[in-house]
Write a protein that binds this ligand. Sequence first.
Ligand code: COA
Length: 137
Amino acid sequence: MGGLHFILEEDGAIVAHASVVERELHTSGHRLETGYVEAVATRPVHQRQGHGSTLMREVGEYIDQTFRLGALATGSSAFYERLGWVVWKGPTFVRTDSGVIRTGEEDGSVLVRLTPTSPELDLSAPISCDWRSGDLW
Ligand SMILES: CC(C)(COP(=O)(O)OP(=O)(O)OC[C@H]1O[C@@H](n2cnc3c(N)ncnc32)[C@H](O)[C@@H]1OP(=O)(O)O)[C@@H](O)C(=O)NCCC(=O)NCCS
C-alpha cells in the first residue's frame, strides 16, 4: 500500500497502524488535495488503551499541516468524531472515465477533517472521490 504509514510500537511489536494516501476530492466546485486515511487498526489485545487515539492525533496533525482536507470511510464514526472528524452529510460519488457514479452505500460513512487551509464547505453538498480499484471510498 502506498502513502505514509503511521505505526505505534511497544516492545518492538506493532500495536497500532494507520496510513494516509493522497487523493483528490471534489465538492461544490472545489478540487481538494486530500489526506485520505485507511488501514486504521489496533491489535485486539491492545485495544481500548488509547493507542488508536494517540495514532490518530498524529495523523490529524500531519493532515492539518499538509492537506486542504482529510477524509476517511468507517463504520466506527464515534471513534473519529471524538478526534475532530465530522460526518459528511451529503451524497457520495466516484469519478470514473465514463462519468460520475453514485456510491450511495457509502453515504453516512464518509468523515472529513477540516484543516487550516480548507475552504468553507457545505457538508450537505455532493462529494466525489477519484477512481481506484478495491474500496472506492
Ligand atoms: C477502532 C480502533 C482502531 C480503535 O483503536 P483503540 O486503540 O482501541 O482506540 P482507543 O483506545 O484510543 O479508543 C478510545 C475511545 O474510542 C472509542 N472507540 C474505540 N473503538 C471504537 C469503535 N470501534 N467504535 C466506536 N468507538 C470506539 C471508545 O470510546 C474508546 O474509549 P473507551 O476505551 O473509554 O471506551 C480499534 O478498535 C480497531 O482496530 N478496530 C478494528 C479495526 C477497525 O474497526 N478499524 C477502523 C475502521 S475504519
